[in-house]
Design a protein. Structure first.
Length: 274
């Protein structure tokens, strides 16, 4: 047998957090034509502004969730639906040379432009890669130091206290809603096109969306074959909250908004328009 290697703090947390797969998850995949977004990103890059597809998908998801399908912007507590007021998108970030996962919540994402989202993600990622963690991801290092036999019972207590009761744990500094409204992760940076990602037990998320690697593909448009930049997207959905019809609205809204990158790069709030 091979020697068992020491796990990192994220893996320690995952081992105690997840049980065997159960029944409330559904999955879906769809392709988004992001040709116009890719062109816009190239244009801004020539102007010295670095934007990525993640920034535009973040903006598109948040606006769709807030404007088109707000009834899934919620979570379940003690058998009752609790609504969220804003669409706060959680962005997954790799740290520790890609060996660990972290992330950050962008408050009121529905109001932000792609450029504003870019600045928030960049600043947050720099801090996290320096080891400046907070909230649930700071807590994972504490939990990983707990003896193995006690980790899961303590984790279940933390989950019950924060998720089920909606209370705050001062010594862990985990906020009541640590993962926001919806999670977005970019697995395309790893060379992957699709991936069925997990719903984290304490996430209270209706959906996790995975972005795959953009590829050029032939598409029939108005009876002609054209080469377009296609972004594969995969969703893991909590079926207690999201059904097929709602998933369709989320997909249609996000993909439609990605056809207008200029609009996504404008702030979406009243003070911007005067």
């Amino acid at each position: 047998m091979k020697k068992v290697h020491k796990t990192n703090s994220w893996r320690d947390l995952a081992i105690i957090a997840y049980k065997a797969p159960s029944d409330s998850k559904i999955y879906g995949t769809f392709d988004a034509d992001v040709t116009e977004v890719v062109k816009y990103i190239e244009k801004k890059r020539k102007e010295g502004i670095r934007l990525t597809i993640t920034h535009f998908v973040t903006a598109a998801l948040a606006r769709t969730l807030y404007e088109d399908i707000p009834d899934i912007n919620c979570f379940i507590r003690r058998g009752k639906i609790v609504m969220r007021e804003d669409a706060n998108v959680f962005i997954a970030v790799s740290v520790g040379e890609g060996k660990e996962m972290s992330g950050l919540v962008i408050p009121k994402t529905q109001e932000l432009s792609a450029t504003e989202i870019s600045k928030i993600i960049t600043e947050g990622a720099v801090k996290k890669r320096r080891g400046e963690e907070s909230g649930v991801f700071a807590a994972k290092d504490i939990i990983s130091k707990i003896p193995c036999l006690l980790r899961r019972p303590i984790f279940l207590f933390i989950k019950w206290w924060i998720v089920d009761l909606g209370l705050y744990l001062p010594f862990l500094k985990i906020p009541p809603d640590p993962f926001g409204s919806i999670m977005l992760t970019n697995i395309g940076t790893l060379g992957l096109t699709t991936g069925m990602v997990a719903l984290f037990p304490i996430g209270k998320l209706p959906a996790v969306i995975a972005m795959g690697k953009i590829e050029e593909k032939p598409v029939v448009i108005d009876g002609e074959i054209k080469i377009r930049s296609i972004l594969p997207l995969t969703g893991t959905l909590d079926h207690r909250i999201v059904d097929g019809a709602q998933a369709g609205v989320l997909t249609k809204g996000a993909v439609g908004r990605l056809q207008k990158p200029e609009e996504l790069d404008k702030p979406n709030r009243a003070d911007y328009y005067g």
